[in-house]
Write a protein that binds this ligand. Structure first.
Ligand code: LMR
Length: 459
């Protein structure tokens, strides 16, 4: 018995030794697996460069130079360089804060109904036939970026001429240059971004003939992204007559117009005026969609409030009908974010639906647009009269006043832009774009002096 018990003890202790050894082995394996996992599973992740626009803001914030200026990101600042909360937005927030009936439930997948209805009216116009015929499908999005993303994703899945096509064949034509994020957004949803000629560096203006020629030669039913107004980054917009020529070719070639409208009201100070191109295309029955953002015109950068509008050929749920399109957009929204956020939608919804607040908003937009126009004049005057700075184009510095919207494409070359940032502490993108909204009476002299020195190679 003892021996058997000892043997049984012995076997128990042997087996517990074996178990301990096994455990040790397993835990070693696990440790090595987890350490190799932490090494290996991300092993091939390439290092991505920082975002060109937001890296400038980070650089600016770290800079201790007292005359530093941020002309990088397109965000409106007041005359003291401070972020601007629109008075009408302040009022809307107070109304919302005092409203005890508001809860924190989910919004419908398409977004806040009062916002969704009003936002399409804002872009297409109250008397739009597309609206009265119930052909417009609108969903609330995460600002203009979200709208671009959904627009691209929707085309990638459902645009008839692309069905069964590879990524390489699904080409979306973008103006050269365009907002830096466009390429990245469309690449991420299975499209291939391709440049079309738009800006002429020699004239610092629109290269209309090259653009029209390209439109004519592109395969039928090509998809072109158009900036509805206040082209980013150049500030160069077609005139109404030029838009008409562009629309004519769209119609002949059956091209699809992908409008990005991030600056309605900001170009001319007038909401209807800035929607003219979109409304003209609708009146010509050109197939299109429109992305909207309230970041700039309502100063709601962080609230991420925007919309995507797709115009269908007819209402209802038959093939190609608006209801079918809506059903698929709802799926897309649900997959990506489930339901859109409430706060920005409530603010904009209030402003768009209340007559007095809407009028006040229009005044706020004019305040912003006109301060920018004043800064254009001031910068132009300093470069021309005070510094007599050699101009980069044939029309002197007139592009500073003739370009519209938030940006001026200065014509400075990459080396001069680098000097502006590194030695002038004037933060601007390397393509020569400056955000006019960052200029004010206190810093415009310094900026003009830096531009002058950069152009003369003395900065
Ligand atoms: C810009 O172009 O500076 C703005 O639209 C901000 C952004 O998201 O890039």
């Amino acid at each position: 018995m003892p021996s058997s018990s000892s043997s049984s003890f012995g076997s128990a202790s042997n087996s517990s030794t074996r178990a301990a050894t096994r455990l040790e082995q397993v835990s070693k394996q696990m440790a090595s697996a987890s350490s190799s996992a932490s090494h290996d599973v991300w092993h091939s992740t390439p290092f991505a460069p920082p975002d060109a626009i937001f890296a400038l803001t980070a650089g600016y914030q770290q800079d201790s130079f007292d005359k530093k200026v941020n002309l990088g990101v397109g965000a409106y600042r007041d005359n003291d360089g401070k972020p601007f909360v629109l008075p009408v937005v302040r009022k809307a927030k107070q109304i919302l804060a005092a409203d005890d009936t508001l809860d924190h439930e989910y919004l419908p997948i398409a977004g806040l109904p009062s916002f969704v209805k009003a936002t399409s009216k804002l872009i297409f116009g109250a008397d739009s036939p597309a609206l009265s015929e119930n052909r417009v499908v609108t969903i609330q999005t995460i600002s203009g970026t979200g709208a671009n993303h959904y627009g691209g994703a929707f085309l990638s899945r459902f645009y008839e001429p692309w069905l069964g096509k590879s990524k390489e064949e699904k080409k979306i034509y973008l103006s050269n240059p365009t907002w830096a994020n466009h390429k990245s957004i469309f690449n991420s949803v299975g499209l291939t971004p391709v440049d079309y000629p738009y800006y002429d560096p020699k004239t610092i203006g629109l290269d209309l003939s090259a653009f029209l020629d390209f439109l004519r030669k592109a395969p039928k039913q090509s998809v072109f992204l158009l900036h509805a107004c206040a082209h980013n980054p150049t500030g160069v917009d077609p005139t109404r007559e030029q838009w008409k020529e562009i629309a004519k070719i769209f119609k002949e070639q059956e091209h699809f117009a992908f409008f990005d409208c991030a600056y309605q009201g900001f170009a001319s100070g007038d909401l209807d005026n800035d929607a003219w191109a979109v409304r003209h295309f609708v009146s010509e029955s050109i197939p299109l969609l429109v992305c909207q953002s309230y970041a700039k015109n309502a100063g709601l950068y962080g609230e991420r409030i925007g919309a995507l509008n797709i115009v269908a050929s007819h209402a209802g749920d038959s093939e190609g009908g608006a209801d079918r399109i809506r059903s698929q957009l709802l799926i897309l929204q649900r997959q990506e974010i489930s339901n859109p956020p409430t706060f920005g939608a409530r603010i904009v919804g209030l402003i768009l639906n209340d007559e007095a607040m809407f009028e006040e908003w229009k005044r706020d937009i004019k305040t912003m647009a006109h301060r920018i126009i004043d800064m254009r004049k001031k910068l132009h005057e300093l470069l021309v009269n005070k510094y007599k700075t050699p101009a980069p184009g044939p029309n002197g510095w007139d592009h500073v006043t003739s370009q519209i919207g938030m940006f001026t494409f200065t014509g400075l070359n990459p080396e001069q832009c680098k000097a502006m940032v590194e030695r002038g502490h004037v933060y601007m993108t390397g393509n020569g774009r400056i955000s006019m909204a960052g200029l004010n009476e206190h810093n415009v002299e310094w900026v003009a002096e830096c531009i002058d020195k950069a152009v003369r190679g003395q900065l």
